[in-house]
Design a protein around this ligand. Structure first.
Ligand code: CP
Length: 315
């Protein structure tokens, strides 16, 4: 593997999932791979799981790790080419990425969608600028449109918990008062479309995801119908793609409750976290044995380790 920016960078999903499960069973088997090599984890946005799990995975592989919060620990970075830099950004990504690429053998980048300009967000400007100028492999730690390390951890988790060979997996929109990016939902759709699952997406009208991500999923605006017989409920809020970045409704009837989980096939509840309790999902669900959000978050370490191993093997 050269980069891990989207699913398109993965040659064999099953092998990558298995590699994550192998890492979980034997975390230090490949400690030699990262010896005398360095990864830089560069954050334009906050993180708990991505930051800690990727750092831990890198350390399991013997890598040195450097972490930087752009704009707090460093200069603000200008992304536009040809601009007159007389604003608040003191350094251009051309120099910054090139310099980081000299210090690091691999760079992980987190840069969320701005949710102001859909074309700009969906062009993945930050990820592509780093790919262009860093001259080292790039790992997506959540970009404007995708969160593939999360999706890989989700796939590992579904493999571990699926009660039947071809489970019913439901992605449901959840209510939230703030506009959130579509990245996790997009990415989950992208990966589920490549898995042997009965995949359903449910959301209120106006919350359609981009067609290239929805793929062959069945889409319904009836959440109860979607939940019927489901083996996995994957909750996530996202802002509108059509009326880009807007919150069209905060309809609390879309919150996942114990009553709704009764419609499922004793289904498991998943969420990438962080999650606002009793806004998106009730305490009753999160505190029940049906919730596997902690196991899911723990699998972020193994998804990161599988990806890092594949990249290190190719360095
Ligand atoms: N799920 C996830 O990416 O969590 P963080 O935003 O805390 O990294």
């Amino acid at each position: 593997m050269t980069n891990f920016i989207s699913l398109a960078d993965v040659a064999d999903i099953d092998a990558l999932i298995q590699s994550g499960r192998d890492a979980k069973a034997n975390p230090f088997a490949d400690q030699h791979l990262g010896h005398n090599k360095t990864i830089g984890l560069i954050f334009f946005n906050s993180s708990l799981r991505t930051r800690l799990s990727t750092q831990k995975a890198a350390q399991n592989l013997g890598l040195n790790v450097m972490v930087m919060n752009v704009g707090q620990d460093s200069w603000g970075l200008e992304m536009e080419d040809g601009t007159i830099m007389n604003g608040d950004k003191a350094e251009h990504v051309k120099e910054a990425a090139a310099v980081m690429g000299r210090y690091c053998n691999i760079l992980g980048i987190r840069a969320f969608a701005g949710l102001q300009d859909r074309d700009k967000d969906y062009s993945e400007q930050v990820m592509n600028q780093f790919k262009k100028y860093a001259a080292v492999p790039i790992i997506n730690l959540e970009s404007a449109t995708r969160h593939p390390l999360q999706s890989l951890a989700d796939c590992i988790t579904i493999e571990e918990f699926k009660p039947v060979p071809r489970p019913k997996v439901v992605l449901t929109w959840l209510p939230h008062f703030k506009p959130l990016p579509q990245a996790v939902a997009n990415s989950f759709c992208e990966w589920m479309n490549q898995r042997d699952v009965d995949f359903v997406v449910t959301h209120p009208e106006g919350y359609d995801l981009a067609p290239e991500f929805v793929g062959n999923a069945r889409v319904t605006h009836n959440q109860d119908e979607a939940f019927d017989g489901a083996d996995f409920i994957y909750g996530k809020n996202w802002s509108s793609y059509i009326r880009y970045g807007k919150v069209l409704t905060q309809d609390s009837s879309w919150m996942v409750t114990g009553e709704k989980m009764k419609l499922t096939n004793n289904g498991k509840f998943m969420h990438c976290l962080p999650v606002r309790r009793n806004v998106k999902v009730s305490d009753e669900v999160l505190d029940s044995p049906q919730s596997i959000v902690i196991e899911q978050a723990a699998n972020r370490e193994w998804s990161a380790q599988a990806v890092l191993k594949a990249i290190l093997n190719n360095l």
